[in-house]
Design a protein around this ligand. Structure first.
Ligand SMILES: C[S@@+](CC[C@H](N)C(=O)[O-])C[C@H]1O[C@@H](n2cnc3c(N)ncnc32)[C@H](O)[C@@H]1O
Length: 258
């Protein structure tokens, strides 16, 4: 397969820089997509993508893999909740939180629920970003299926969701606490002053070099004492080199006062 042709097209069309993604995994994903729709070569594929908006969207979804759910790896979120408590102690200003690569919103809404439980009377800033504009629209709607909320305790389901048929709709008072924005972790500039960055299940697709660049940019975007929460298979082996200390399994801290 002439990967370069597809790479150039994807960068121009969607602004996604595939050279930063692990190529073997990606080539396999693209090949399986091409064979599923029955195209013979890259030129035919690119032409089809240009002509068929629907197909183009399906391809983008296939590339970015939007899988997510509330309290993904629940134990780890409970551990995060304990660590956030420490951040809030002694009584501190409000926190600035970033859910980076937030997909359908389950992750930033989980954070909003946690913050509401910990400090019901405080308003924290929760920013949620993703490269995929379509999934951001889904996130803003805040409508989920049973499988998305399977880790949510019954009392939290009752408190934070409205059940409508087989849908679970996040209540407005939680929905309104999350600000969704389009952002590419590879190409865009990072905001600063974060007390907590949650970035899970996206860097697995990136090369080690790009991972390092992202973690360095997170470091610069964090306040001293801030936390970085990563995915359950994403231990940062070189965390010391990057300037972090370990706060817990899958949670790293930028050294310094809170
Ligand atoms: C598997 S989901 C992870 C969702 C959530 N963080 C979680 O762990 O449940 C990966 C998300 O990363 C997004 N993504 C892929 N490449 C990205 C990039 N370069 N910048 C920002 N988001 C990206 C995808 O659109 C997708 O929504």
């Amino acid at each position: 397969m002439d990967f370069k042709k597809i790479e150039a097209f994807v960068l121009k069309q969607y602004g996604i820089d595939l050279s930063a993604y692990k190529s073997k995994q990606l080539t396999r994903r693209i090949e399986s997509f091409m064979s599923r729709i029955g195209v013979k070569n890259e030129d035919e594929f690119i032409l089809k993508l240009k002509l068929d908006k629907n197909l183009s969207q399906r391809f983008l979804d296939h590339l970015t893999i939007n899988v997510s759910e509330f309290f993904r790896n629940k134990d780890l979120f409970l551990e995060l909740e304990r660590k956030i408590k420490e951040l809030l102690n002694p009584e501190k200003k409000t926190l600035k939180i970033w859910s980076a690569a937030c997909s359908n919103g389950a992750e930033p809404y989980t954070l909003a629920i946690i913050m509401d439980r910990l400090t019901p009377n405080k308003r924290h800033t929760i920013i949620a970003t993703d490269i995929d504009k379509n999934i951001l629209e889904v996130a803003k709607k805040g409508v989920y299926k049973m499988q998305d909320v399977r880790n949510v305790d019954k009392d939290l389901l009752d408190k934070y969701f409205i059940k409508d048929g087989d849908s679970y709709i996040i209540k407005d008072f939680i929905k309104n606490r999350v600000i969704f924005k389009h952002h590419d972790l590879i190409l865009d500039r990072y905001d600063t002053g974060f007390d907590l960055i949650v970035c899970r299940n996206v860097v697995i697709y990136f090369t080690q070099e790009v991972k390092n660049q992202i973690y360095k940019k997170f470091y610069d975007a964090m306040n001293p004492g801030a936390l970085l929460f990563v995915g359950a298979t994403e231990s940062i082996y070189n965390y010391r080199e990057l300037g972090f200390e370990k706060a817990s399994t899958f949670i790293y801290r930028k050294p310094g006062g809170v």
